[in-house]
Design a protein around this ligand. Structure first.
Ligand SMILES: *[C@@H]1O[C@H](CO)[C@@H](O)[C@H](O)[C@H]1NC(C)=O
Ligand SMILES: *[C@@H]1O[C@H](CO)[C@@H](O)[C@H](O)[C@H]1NC(C)=O
Ligand SMILES: *[C@@H]1O[C@H](CO)[C@@H](O)[C@H](O)[C@H]1NC(C)=O
Ligand SMILES: *[C@@H]1O[C@H](CO)[C@@H](O)[C@H](O)[C@H]1NC(C)=O
Ligand SMILES: *[C@@H]1O[C@H](CO)[C@@H](O)[C@H](O)[C@H]1NC(C)=O
Ligand SMILES: *[C@@H]1O[C@H](CO)[C@@H](O)[C@H](O)[C@H]1NC(C)=O
Ligand SMILES: *[C@@H]1O[C@H](CO)[C@@H](O)[C@H](O)[C@H]1NC(C)=O
Length: 491
């Protein structure tokens, strides 16, 4: 008997939740449609077929008239799949099938006062039907669970053929035996169907990530704090979709915006990812001073490294653009201490994904050679302490291209624009051209590549192990990315 991860799970694919008060919107939501359930049902039947072949039925014995019989080694040899469907009702899922055919093989033996004999038999059950209720729920920790109940099995007709021995004797017990196997079979089939759900499917669900560790810094919380909802043509699960600071989880002081309605059910599955997800990440990062970086010449490509030299031998060099650096701080390299000044914001609209951020950059001149230039002493160089130069406020706005591939949403910045203002300075004459040059360096060597490298990794949507998206498409909606997809179970 083979049991693989039960496909019934497919029924559930992703489960998460929604904050408990009705007024709070989830940051992440999934919808599995009738199309999806029909596919899940086909997969489930394949798994059921594999699970059922080889299953043994308990030994039976009894007596009829003067005969005492024993049936042993009874096992299912063939299973012709039923026609089956999964339907939705307000409490969950109803799984049923009919017209399956089962073939069974076993050994018989009997004895009477005077004789005994043995042989084997073939048994077939036709018109086999089953039904089971399947409940999906979230527990108090926001974990999804699946549970089967109310299993019923019906068997239309049975027939039994004995091989070996004297046929006159069979007639004494054949109808009793047929009935006993039939009733034992009922329990076995219910056991298999229920086990598929309560064990296989439940185990697969248990592997669904409820929290995802991101770089050992953030936790992405997919927990469900609202129960799944069942409509006639789809079921939905509601998840928090929130990033927390791993070492001090606490929700941001804002809530997810309402998710846009979408009544299409032609694909197997839909996933709503609110821009709240990214904004909660940005909030946590800002609150815990995560968006800060000290850029030095070492961050530049080797060929361009001297761009931050104050003493210049090349054209592309900050000392040429701000002459006072050459004069007052020779033989230094300029460091940029960058930090985000307020919580960056991302908004998805039906037209585009846009973002903005504001930052502060403090500039320092760091001596890289001695404290003297010629025989002149420079105030900044006493303990090789970097000398403060000036501070810029930078505002940045950007758009982003997003797309979905397999189960992951990817993003890349586009049209990055910035405004810059000198807000404090210890030197004179900082020209716009110099600022442009500096900001180009900061954005192109650090800020944009770092953000894009996160976008290249992408956000992997949680799925049941072995379930893959087929032809997913991504649509921009108000405050939300909507992924529509078909599914394939390929363990
Ligand atoms: C689906 O939504 C669209 C626009 O929101 C609406 O025009 C249409 O009638 C809806 N269809 C159904 C079946 O509710
Ligand atoms: C940048 O350097 C300053 C001064 O050395 C230090 O206080 C700050 O923590 C550094 N920031 C980062 C992000 O490393
Ligand atoms: C190095 O500087 C040159 C000249 O400004 C520029 O064209 C090039 O893109 C820079 N290289 C890198 C890797 O930033
Ligand atoms: C830039 O400064 C570094 C460190 O002082 C030095 O090694 C390098 O030669 C300088 N580059 C140029 C082009 O002056
Ligand atoms: C620069 O940015 C900081 C932090 O956002 C802000 O407090 C300050 O007012 C800004 N200064 C100017 C001159 O805009
Ligand atoms: C940044 O984006 C947020 C959200 O879209 C918006 O409310 C805010 O006004 C924007 N700020 C700037 C400076 O553009
Ligand atoms: C993504 O899906 C394609 C087919 O849809 C498949 O060939 C490819 O291996 C998948 N890539 C990953 C990383 O799973």
């Amino acid at each position: 008997m083979t049991t693989t991860t039960s496909p019934i799970l497919l029924l559930l694919l992703l489960v998460s939740c929604r904050p408990s008060t009705e007024s709070v919107s989830p940051g992440f939501k999934t919808r599995i449609t009738s199309e999806g359930l029909t596919y899940a049902n086909n997969v489930a039947l394949d798994v059921l077929s594999k699970a059922i072949i080889g299953v043994s039925v308990p030994d039976q014995s009894g007596s009829a008239s003067i005969v005492t019989y024993h049936l042993t080694g009874i096992h299912i040899t063939e299973f012709n799949k039923p026609t089956s469907q999964v339907t939705l009702n307000p409490n969950g899922v109803y799984w049923s099938g009919s017209n399956a055919v089962l073939q069974i093989h076993g050994n018989w033996a009997y004895h009477t006062l005077f004789i005994s004999d043995s042989g084997n038999f073939d048994f077939s059950a036709t018109g086999v039907s089953f039904h089971e209720d399947i409940a999906l729920s979230a527990d108090t920790n926001g974990r999804p669970h699946i549970k089967a109940s109310g299993c019923g099995v019906g068997i239309g007709g049975v027939s039994i053929t004995f091989h070996g021995g004297a046929s006159a004797i069979y007639n004494l017990f054949s109808s009793i035996v047929a009935n006993e196997i039939k009733s034992a079979l009922t329990g076995q089939i219910c056991g298999i169907v229920t086990n598929l759900i309560n064990t296989n499917a439940e185990n697969a669900l248990a592997k669904l990530p409820v929290t995802v560790d991101i770089a050992n810094t953030f936790l992405l919380d997919y927990s469900m704090d609202e129960q799944p909802m069942f409509q006639k043509t789809f079921l939905e699960s509601y998840h928090k979709g929130e990033f927390d600071w791993k070492s001090a989880p606490a929700p941001p002081p804002f809530q997810a915006p309402p998710l846009p309605a979408w009544n299409d059910t032609s694909r197997m599955m839909y996933v709503w990812a609110s821009d709240y997800m990214v904004n909660s990440l940005l909030y946590q990062g800002q609150t815990h001073k995560f968006f800060a970086y000290n850029l030095t010449a070492q961050d530049l490509p080797a060929a361009n490294r001297s761009a931050l030299n104050t003493t210049c031998h090349t054209l592309l060099c900050i000392g040429n653009l701000i002459p006072q650096l050459q004069k007052s701080y020779p033989n230094c390299q300029v460091d940029l201490h960058m930090r985000s000044a307020s919580v960056p914001a991302v908004a998805v609209t039906p037209q585009d994904v846009i973002g903005n951020a504001s930052g502060i950059i403090d500039f320092y001149a760091r001596p890289v050679t001695g404290s003297y230039y010629g025989n002149r002493f420079y105030k900044y160089s006493v303990r090789n302490t970097p000398a403060y130069l000036f501070t810029l406020n930078v505002s940045m706005s950007t758009a982003a291209d997003v797309h979905v591939k397999n189960e992951t949403i990817f993003g890349k910045l586009r049209d990055v624009k910035f405004g810059v203002k000198v807000v404090k300075t210890a030197i004179q004459d900082i020209h716009d051209k110099a600022l442009q040059f500096i900001i180009d360096i900061a954005l192109n060597t650090v800020v944009i590549p770092k953000i894009n490298s996160i976008g290249e990794k992408g956000l992997e949507l949680p799925t049941i192990e072995g379930v893959h998206f087929v032809n997913p498409t991504l649509m921009l909606m108000q405050r939300t990315l909507l992924v529509s997809t078909d599914l394939k179970y390929a363990p």
